[in-house]
Ligand binder design. Structure first.
Ligand code: SF4
Length: 140
C-alpha cells in the first residue's frame, strides 16, 4: 500500500448551533483514506504508548475517534497503538453518538468529570464533591 493513498493530519471543522449561539468543533485526523470517488474508506487515529495494558482501547480514545467519524460521516475507523516494540490495531464502529449532546454537556457543564481519570490528575480532588475516588490497586 502506497503512502500516497493516505492523507495525513487532516483538519476537520464543523459548526453547530445551540441555543442561539454557534460553536465551532475542530479536530485533526491522523490518517484518512478515500476511494477514487472521494468517499472516506478508512480513518485511523494513531496513539504512541510506553507500554500496552489490557485497558486498550481507552475510553477517551474511542470517543475521540467516534467524534471524528461522526464529523466525517464515516462508519468505521481504527485506533492504532504503537509502542517501541509493538503495534496493535482496534477496529471501531461509529455507533450512536450525538455531537450536539456532547457540546451541550460541555457548555452547560453537566458531565463532570467526563472521565474518572481526569480526577486522578486534578489539583482540586481533595475538596471536590464530584471527584471520582478510585480503589487502590496493587498492580498500579
Ligand atoms: S476532582 Fe472535581 S474538578 Fe477535578 S476533575 Fe474531578 S470532578 Fe473535575
Amino acid at each position: 500500500m502506497s503512502s500516497r493513498d493516505w492523507e495525513v493530519e487532516v483538519s476537520i471543522e464543523k459548526s453547530i448551533d445551540i441555543d442561539g449561539k454557534t460553536y465551532r468543533i475542530l479536530g485533526r485526523v491522523d490518517l484518512l483514506k478515500r476511494n477514487s470517488s472521494g468517499d472516506i474508506v478508512d480513518v485511523v487515529e494513531v496513539k504512541t504508548v510506553k507500554e500496552f495494558t489490557n485497558q486498550f482501547p481507552l475510553e477517551h480514545h474511542l470517543l475521540q475517534l467516534r467524534v471524528y467519524l461522526e464529523l466525517l460521516g464515516a462508519e468505521h475507523g481504527k485506533i492504532l497503538y504503537i509502542s517501541r516494540n509493538r503495534m496493535v490495531e482496534y477496529e471501531v464502529e461509529r455507533g450512536e453518538i450525538s455531537i450536539e449532546n456532547m457540546v451541550r454537556e460541555t457548555i452547560y457543564n453537566t458531565a463532570v468529570p467526563r472521565y474518572s481519570w481526569e480526577c486522578r490528575y486534578c489539583t482540586y480532588k481533595k475538596i471536590c464533591p464530584y471527584a471520582v475516588r478510585e480503589e487502590h490497586s496493587s498492580s498500579s
